[in-house]
Ligand binder design. Structure first.
Ligand code: NAI
Ligand code: 15L
Length: 269
């Protein structure tokens, strides 16, 4: 596909949205912004909910692709997840289909497969086609989003790269994140690859840096042209000194989803 130039960035006021607002323009993108919260220093951003189908339709009109980050990003009661993440993602895809937008990059999550046991050192990495095992209603909504993306490809020819993001924050802050961290710069590299690779149909990839302690297989991400440059390992000494060696019996280390399997962080709004 020709390199997309104008991107609708949903979730632009959030943590990852804010990082991508500063990093993606370096790749030549013009960003149109969308969030239910106002986006700082962006008077042209669309402030609307994903349930507002009219606003969504207008927001996607004429863009080359959508980077869909908006939604509840932690665990929440099912009714809230249903509205923002399940119906909201459906509304986004319908708007994209009706306006002829050819590609979506969907922020899926490791929590779509969070109940998968984490590999011990020396065991094979978790492949992208491992059965989905959501660890929360949140993870279930990401699993739904991946299936929705497959349906819109099979039925309507709308392409998606579903990126099962690990933890994308400026630095890893826990021992688990040594395995699942994606540096913001690698995040921008991966989203750029997902926005521009040819013939992706619906492709699922894991989103992380080339971590020494990586838990999952980055082959499908590399096949898009993604070349991660970062590794969490330089942070290992400090994090292990602070928090101790990973205990394989601790849910934080025994399952891909970490504490989401037993004590998930709750969406505060
Ligand atoms: P965040 O919570 O900081 O940002 C999410 C944004 O979506 C917020 O600005 C919020 O206002 C907006 N939003 C929520 N519900 C909405 C609705 N109904 N209508 C319009 N906007 C709505 O989350 P973060 O960390 O920036 O994550 C972005 C996306 O990436 C989320 O979909 C999250 O599930 C996914 N993700 C993020 C990871 C990370 O490490 N940051 C890891 C895995 C997935
Ligand atoms: C996610 O899906 C969350 O949105 C993010 O806030 C982190 O908790 C991340 O997963 C993680 O697994 O660390």
């Amino acid at each position: 596909m020709p390199a997309p130039r104008t991107i609708l960035l949903t979730g632009a006021a959030g943590g990852l949205g804010t990082l991508m607002r500063s990093l993606l323009p370096e790749y030549g993108y013009t960003l149109r912004l969308f969030d239910v919260r106002p986006v700082e220093d962006a008077p042209d951003a669309v402030t609307a909910d994903l349930t507002d189908t009219g606003a969504l339709r207008e927001a996607v009109r004429g863009v080359d692709a959508v980077l869909h980050l908006a939604g509840i990003s932690l665990e929440a009661p099912f009714e809230k997840i249903l509205r923002s993440n399940i119906e909201g993602t459906y509304n986004l895809y319908e708007a994209a289909r009706l306006e002829g937008v050819p590609r979506v990059v969907f922020a899926s999550s490791n929590h779509a497969v969070g109940f998968t046991p984490a590999p011990r050192p020396g065991e094979p990495l978790i492949p992208v086609d491992t059965p989905r095992r959501p660890d929360t209603f949140y993870g279930l909504s990401k699993s739904f989003g991946e299936d929705l993306a497959q349906l819109y490809w099979d039925k309507h020819g709308l392409e998606t790269v579903s990126v099962r993001i690990g933890s994308c924050f400026p630095e890893p802050t826990s021992v688990r994140m040594l395995s699942v961290w994606m540096s913001p710069a690698d995040g921008a590299r991966l989203f750029h690859a997902a926005l521009t690779a040819e013939g992706v149909g619906h492709t699922v990839v894991y989103g992380s840096s080339a971590n020494t302690r990586l838990w999952w297989d980055l082959t499908s991400a590399r096949e898009l042209g993604y070349e991660p440059r970062d590794d969490s390992e330089p942070y290992a000494g400090k994090l292990i000194a602070e928090h101790g060696e990973p205990d394989p019996a601790d849910p934080a280390h025994s399952h891909l989803g970490g504490h989401f399997v037993n004590d998930p962080p709750i969406w505060p709004y």
